[in-house]
Design a binder for this molecule. Structure first.
Ligand code: URA
Length: 466
């Protein structure tokens, strides 16, 4: 499962239709035969695809037919031509933001979702501070991966639901905007995504690629950097499949006029030290102040450098990284985030004083049972434990507790003595903690004879695809 969409697809009012007695009813589209065609490995023509997507956004094709078609696509895929039409129809199903009044190449970043991935929160303000406008439309958590909107909700008063005008206004004034998908943007994707989530049809490369890109194109971005996570805590753990997704997104995005670069990045262990909404926000603030864990900083720098090059603000990755370093050192990135938080109704005092962020009532330190080195830290297991404690949601209606989280004191490659702290867990409900305590301890594999050097320093950026 991946990031949740916020609301069900809007259904257009049917009251304006003529009464049945005076209007000649159009014959219903032959959806059943299209489902059969796809099921049997055939290719749908453009008219069929546009009718399906239109029916999905208007609510005129029932869930059971859409679900059957989605399952046929999971098995049979979409041809390149079908996929281009499918994406175009998804973008056209709703409003398209026109950000032409804002100067510069607008660049967004999207991650397929990981554990402890708070990079968007420090990346977007740094890139904005370097002169590239960042219209960032993010998602919420679902399953074991986190969502940027839930992390932002930890800021008292922060509003991520913005109407198109407000979205544009914040972008114009702060150079970045951090918002969720509005109801009128790619409504077909909203409906299809909700159905896919409920019918085990998320895991299809063409459906994922078109779903992500429909929102990025509709939000008005000119270019996109994709962070495709690979490994135990990723939604696509297998590297070959992750590579295929990245290649599909890059090629499809370019054909649709969105310049796209993808990085495959490691998600075997969590990114950084914080897992959970408020504590991840605090860690992102540390990065903006020039600190933070090495991996979080490195990934922020690399993704940011790619964005600056795409945005025409640096000739190459090295020069781009130097500009981002300067935006950290001068405090310009932090200042951008403060402005954005203020414009979106949030309490800017949390930027200077993360102690104001919510923190759950109970804290427990989990300690090593033996001496050795941490040879494996399972991101998926920790992500699922944090979710069960209330940091994420398993179902869309679940409530998140922003103060719940896990702070890692040891990561892969670190030496540890028996009795030393592995992590600190913050939780509100002791019964939930009792239910996940063993899981948290089991996420750490400690081997007595392993050396610290033997496991440390695994590569973060695995491949670049353009
Ligand atoms: N994220 C999306 O927005 N859509 C998908 O289909 C998968 C991940």
């Amino acid at each position: 499962m991946t990031k949740a969409q916020t609301k069900p697809a809007p259904r257009r009012a049917t009251s304006r239709r003529k009464p049945a007695a005076t209007a000649r009813a159009a014959p219903p589209p032959p959806v059943t035969s299209w489902i059969a065609q796809k099921r049997d490995g055939g290719e749908l023509d453009d008219g069929a695809i546009r009718t399906v997507i239109d029916g999905a956004s208007r609510g005129t094709i029932p869930d059971y037919q859409l679900s059957a078609l989605l399952m046929a696509i999971v098995w049979r895929g979409l041809t390149p031509r079908e996929l281009v039409t499918w994406l175009d129809a998804m973008v056209s199903s709703g409003d398209r933001m026109r950000l032409g009044r804002i100067a510069g190449t607008k660049v967004d970043k999207h991650s397929t979702g990981g554990v402890g991935d708070k990079v968007s929160l420090c990346l977007a303000p740094l890139v904005a501070a370097c002169g590239v406008p960042v219209p960032m439309m993010s998602g919420r958590s679902l399953g074991h991966t986190g969502g940027t909107l839930d992390k932002l909700d930890a800021i008292p008063g922060f509003r991520s639901a913005l109407a198109p005008r407000a979205f544009e206004r914040v972008l114009a004034r702060a150079g970045l905007v951090l918002a969720g998908q509005s109801a009128t943007l790619a409504p077909a994707d909203r409906r299809l995504y909700a159905l896919r989530d409920a019918t085990a049809t998320v895991e299809s490369i063409p459906l994922i690629a078109s779903s992500i890109l429909s929102k990025k194109i509709a939000e008005g971005a000119d270019a996109l950097v994709m962070d495709v996570k690979v490994g135990r805590g990723a939604f696509l753990p297998d590297r070959a499949r992750a590579r295929r997704l990245a290649r599909t997104i890059v090629d499809l995005g370019r054909r649709a006029g969105l310049r796209t670069v993808a990085l495959l990045t490691a998600m075997d262990q969590p990114l950084g030290r914080a897992i959970g909404n408020a504590c991840e926000l605090a860690e992102a603030l540390e990065v903006l102040r020039g600190g933070g864990p090495t991996d979080t900083r490195a990934l922020t720098m690399r993704l940011g450098a790619e964005m600056l090059v795409l945005g025409g603000q640096a000739p190459d990755l090295e020069a781009a990284a130097a500009r981002i370093e300067r935006a950290i050192a001068s405090g310009a990135g932090l200042e951008r985030l403060r402005r954005c938080v203020e414009l979106q109704g949030g309490d800017p005092r949390v930027i200077d004083d993360p102690g104001r962020l919510p923190r759950a009532r109970h804290q427990v330190v989990v300690r090593a049972r033996q001496r050795g080195a941490v040879t494996r830290l399972d991101a998926g297991t920790l992500g699922r434990a944090a979710t069960r404690l209330g940091a994420g949601r398993m179902r869309q209606e679940d409530r998140i507790d922003p103060g719940v989280g896990i702070l890692l004191h040891r990561k892969e490659g670190d030496p540890v003595d028996a009795g030393e702290a592995l992590c600190t867990v913050s939780f509100a409900d002791p019964r939930r903690w009792a239910g996940v305590r063993a899981q948290v301890a089991d996420a750490f594999t400690i081997e007595a004879r392993a050396t610290a050097q033997g496991t440390r320093g695994a590569r973060l950026v695995l491949e670049r695809i353009e």
